[in-house]
Design a protein around this ligand. Structure first.
Ligand SMILES: O=C([O-])CC(=O)C(=O)O
Ligand SMILES: [Mg+2]
Length: 386
């Protein structure tokens, strides 16, 4: 049993949307295929992966360091104890050989992308959906039959006014979502408050709305904004300040009385641990958004879930960033609170399996082996070109 080839390509996911920190005019992502010599259904098993939005394709380090390390590994060093499948944990160790701790940089994205493809292959070799493999081998043996998902959008866009913002949010409700997220912090406070009120008018209550600052505010601005929105009782207030400024988050936590969310730009177990140690976040109210496809993959994510449990948090505090099927599988198999979703943006990676419409804010997963990329036609059409 061996990996015969690994191929990578960068593909555009660019658009004119912007959050408070970046626009996506040059955004791209790496897609990878891990080709094995294992035959299932008469064909060699191929695992597919891609990196999540917000970080650029790590093509260079994938091609120069991580793919060669994987291809140079001896078969016995990447198989599980019984030799019946690949071991994502052993592969993680192979990939991370000769990488110093700290200063994680873009390598977390490269490893996260490969890790996704490895898990896809491993589940395909077992001939089960990844969520089932996770529940059986790493979870309590049961799955969540449906997963809470919210529609993330509300981006700034040239010429987009309040009516267009409201139409966008209405369209998410029409698709079956119950909660929506919008970008804030990119225009003056007064203007954002009008945008927030316009969206609450569509979704009915602040509890159906999250706002995302994408790390734009300093402490003073974060507190001012928090004070201005607190009476809306929003579902959460996300990434108010720099993701690594734990003190800002801690100070904000002292004065903002409702749920907050952060973590999409923390890319390692150590960074996540520091957040839990130093940022004053509250496991009774707050949400954690670590995205395995940006942060060394599911092997690292499971270490983060263990760390959370040791510190009085639960997998139910987690709603990963990224809106991809990998995290949807993790949500169903390891019992997260839910998953993000980007209806219509970051295509073809955003959204879930064809024919699995969102109903009352929940989505079901296909019964296909692996992550389920073959059940999303537009995505599979792209991946199979590798
Ligand atoms: O705009 C982005 O970079 C995406 C983001 O923060 C989110 O989905 O929470
Ligand atoms: Mg965000």
């Amino acid at each position: 049993m061996k990996i015969v080839d690994v191929v990578e390509r960068a593909v555009p996911i660019s658009s004119n949307i912007a959050n408070a920190f970046i626009d996506f005019s040059k955004m791209n992502a790496s897609i990878v295929a891990v080709k094995t010599d294992v035959i299932r259904n008469g064909k060699p098993v191929v695992g597919y992966g891609f990196n999540s939005n917000g970080r650029y394709a790590p093509s260079g380090i994938l091609r120069e360091r991580f793919i060669p390390r994987l291809l140079e590994a001896k078969s016995e060093d990447i198989l599980n104890e019984s030799g019946t499948n690949f071991s994502p944990e052993k592969i993680f160790d192979i990939l991370m050989a000769n990488e110093k701790p700290g200063g994680h940089g873009e390598r977390t994205v490269a490893v996260g992308t490969l890790d996704m493809a490895i898990w896809d292959a491993v589940a395909k070799i077992e001939e089960v959906p990844l969520y089932k493999l996770l529940a059986d081998q790493y979870g309590d043996g049961t799955i969540d039959e449906k997963v809470f998902v919210y529609a993330a959008g509300g981006y700034y866009f040239p010429g987009k006014g309040l009516p267009e913002l409201q139409d966008e949010m209405k369209s998410y409700l029409d698709m079956g979502y119950s909660k929506v997220k919008m970008k804030v912090g990119g225009v003056p406070l007064k203007e954002d408050l009008k945008r927030i009120e316009a969206v609450i008018n569509v979704v009915g209550t602040g509890q159906n709305l999250m706002v995302d600052v994408n790390g734009r505010f300093n402490l003073e601005e974060a507190i001012e904004f928090g004070n201005a929105i607190k009476d809306y009782h929003l579902f959460w207030y996300e990434e108010a300040g720099d993701p690594l400024d734990y003190q800002l988050q801690e100070e904000l936590s002292k004065v903002y009385p409702h749920a907050m969310a952060t973590g999409e730009n923390l890319f390692s177990l150590q960074d996540a641990t520091n957040l839990i140690r130093y940022a004053g976040m509250n496991p009774k109210t707050d949400f954690l958004q670590f995205d395995c496809a940006l942060s060394y993959g599911l092997v690292e994510y499971m270490k983060i879930l263990n760390m959370l449990e040791e510190n009085g948090w639960s997998s139910r505090n987690c709603i990963p960033h990224g809106g991809h099927q990998m995290s949807l599988n993790i949500a169903a198999g390891l019992k997260l609170y839910g998953n993000e979703s980007y209806p219509g943006i970051f295509q073809p990676f955003g959204g879930f399996a064809d024919g699995h419409a969102v109903e009352d804010g929940f989505v079901t997963l296909p019964d296909a082996p692996g992550i389920g990329v073959e059940a999303k036609e537009q995505l599979y059409d792209l991946l199979k070109t590798l």
